[in-house]
Design a protein around this ligand. Structure first.
Ligand SMILES: *Cc1c(COP(=O)(O)O)cnc(C)c1O
Length: 231
């Protein structure tokens, strides 16, 4: 199911990929003693064309994740016009000068990770007159190259965001280190969310979403396992 450039327009494998991921999510929920609908699947369509999103929409998937605002701005408004149930999550590192576009386009922004971005999003909410759901992204491995608020600053930043955004702050998001066991990082994020009374936990990607579900994920962000490899 590798997306070779020659076959880039062929997304006939997407419905089967979606079915398999949904089956694995349901099984992971069952193993964890959680309800089968306890976890929302965010289908990560970054670097795949609108045809891929259309194939997923046709298979009943309505929530999508994109990591670049510019790419989402090109792809999603026309799709939204024809599919009003579509929901878009911005999941990638966000520059402050893109906050306004993100607030206009997205139903959720999962990458709120620093005070200046909180300022920019608050301004954008006021100017655009709409408020996406917000997740604070925590750099659970405190990796220098990664986005996310450092773990030592997480509690104060989350509290400040709750004071500022109220119920629009729905949860926390993380991308654990690529190497090593992600489970302790997922557990850390779950405990942090619980301290703050936040219900949303966006954690788990193609390689580790079952582990994340065992730790309490409410949103898993899955790209490759649905759409195939990105070129
Ligand atoms: C690309 C991406 C994903 C999906 O990764 P896969 O391994 O393809 O499932 C999830 N979350 C974020 C933030 C991403 O950028």
């Amino acid at each position: 199911m590798t997306a070779h450039p020659l076959f880039a327009a062929d997304y006939s494998h997407v419905p089967a990929g979606l079915r398999e991921v949904r089956t694995r999510i349901a099984a992971a929920c069952a193993r964890a003693g959680r309800a089968p609908d306890a976890v929302r699947l965010v289908a990560v369509s970054k670097m795949h064309p609108a045809e891929a999103v259309l194939a997923a929409l046709g298979a009943g998937q309505h929530v999508f994740g994109e990591n670049r605002v510019q790419e989402a701005a090109g792809k999603f408004p026309p799709l939204r016009a024809s599919h009003p149930a579509l929901r878009l999550h911005i999941i990638g590192g966000l520059q402050t000068n893109k906050a306004r576009d993100a607030v206009r386009l997205a139903d959720a922004i999962e990458s709120l990770d620093r005070p200046r971005l909180a300022d920019a999003i608050a301004d954008a909410i006021q100017h655009e007159g709409r408020t996406p759901n917000l997740f604070v992204q925590v750099n659970v491995g405190d990796e220098p190259q990664k986005a996310g608020i450092p773990t030592a600053e997480a509690d104060s930043f989350i509290a400040a965001c709750q004071a500022r955004f109220g119920a629009a702050l729905v949860g926390l998001m993380c991308i654990p280190p690529a190497e090593g066991d992600p489970a302790p990082h997922f557990a850390w994020l779950a405990a942090c969310a619980q301290r703050h009374g936040l219900a949303g936990l966006s954690m788990g990607m193609s390689g580790d979403f079952e582990t994340a579900i065992a730790a309490g994920a409410t949103h898993v962000r899955v790209g490759t396992a649905i759409f195939g490899a990105r070129s």
